[in-house]
Ligand binder design. Structure first.
Ligand SMILES: O=C(O)CCC(=O)C(=O)O
Ligand SMILES: [Fe+2]
Length: 297
């Protein structure tokens, strides 16, 4: 583990050849239908060392909520899908038509207001993905395909646990209010999901208590404006949480380079990015996953 708590795992040498072998016999949708054991069998066959590397990723993801795998041929969708399916079952990013992999790439072709925030060049404040859904995905995987400049577009990572513990000690009233199901969350800009839910939850498993969050600043603000406004005390608790999340003292910043794959627990670690500067080329693939029963947290 590095100083900022990010476990870095080096992918084994044979992964490029393994990608070709996996591409020959499998499709992304086929991989998404496999059991975890079957994905392990395929990985063992094409690249035995990959199983150990991914087990380390899985452990760090479970223990710390994040892990970085380096040296991955990220151009291979099927290999990425297989690795994600092993760590946590893939869930479709969109249902109709079913799509498992989204590109996070600035697209300058159309009116920026028509595009999701991730397809623009603007900074993204730390958030959890799909926060207006009943069940946001457990995992998020960001695989870097291209990133051609030295600055701009850095990933911002914010762990929930220290913020929650700090809030519990310094502002117990806000800490309690954030756990009440009073916060309207509106999916922006698509407007296709909305939920009223707690922002903070405490999950208990195997005797361990952990905090989890659903949070997207602009989605809660839109919900409070367009759905229903909670009590002033709830609004104040939200503002308190929001100002902490925007405070860079909680941030870790990592610039993804091609071949790096960042695995995040979408409920325990918020992600954002700094603005993508100038005309630089940056292309990430994004996949979503869920916990395998009995694996992880
Ligand atoms: O561009 C990034 O680094 C993150 C994008 C993002 O948050 C997302 O696609 O959900
Ligand atoms: Fe995101």
């Amino acid at each position: 583990m590095s100083a900022d708590g990010l476990t870095v795992v080096r992918a084994p040498e044979g992964l490029r050849a393994a990608a070709q072998a996996v591409e020959n016999g499998h499709s992304v949708a086929g991989v998404a239908a496999m059991s975890r054991d079957d994905t392990g069998d395929v990985l063992r066959e094409v690249c035995p060392d990959a199983v150990g590397a991914l087990a380390s990723v899985s452990k760090a993801l479970s223990d710390d909520g994040l892990a970085l795998l380096q040296g991955v041929p990220t151009d291979s969708d099927v290999l990425l899908a297989l690795m994600c399916q092993f760590v946590g079952g893939l869930v479709a990013a969109t249902e109709r038509p079913v799509r498992y992999i989204d590109h996070v790439t600035p697209s300058d072709a159309t009116d920026p207001r028509q595009r999701p925030h991730s397809q623009r060049r603007t900074a993204l404040m730390p958030h959890t993905d799909q926060s207006a859904r009943g069940e946001p995905p457990h995992y998020l995987v960001l695989a870097c395909v291209a990133n051609d400049a030295e600055t701009g577009g850095e990933s911002v990572l914010v762990r929930i646990e220290p913020i929650a513990q700090w809030l519990a000690a310094s502002d117990p009233r806000s800490y309690d209010l954030l756990q009440e199901p009073e916060f309207p969350i509106f999916n922006v800009p698509k407007r296709d999901f909305a939920i009223t839910a707690p922002l903070l939850t405490v999950e208990e498993r195997d005797g361990t208590r952990r905090h989890a969050l659903r949070f997207r600043d602009e989605a809660v603000r839109a919900g409070m404006r367009e759905m229903n406004r909670p009590s002033d005390a709830h609004v104040a608790a939200f503002e308190r949480l929001s100002s902490e999340i925007h405070d860079e003292r909680w941030w870790s910043v990592h610039r993804l380079v091609p071949g790096e794959v960042l695995f995040l627990d979408n409920r325990r670690v918020l992600h954002g990015r700094k603005a993508i500067l100038g005309e630089r080329h940056r292309d990430l693939k994004r996949l979503n996953g869920r916990y395998w029963p009995g694996v992880g947290f």
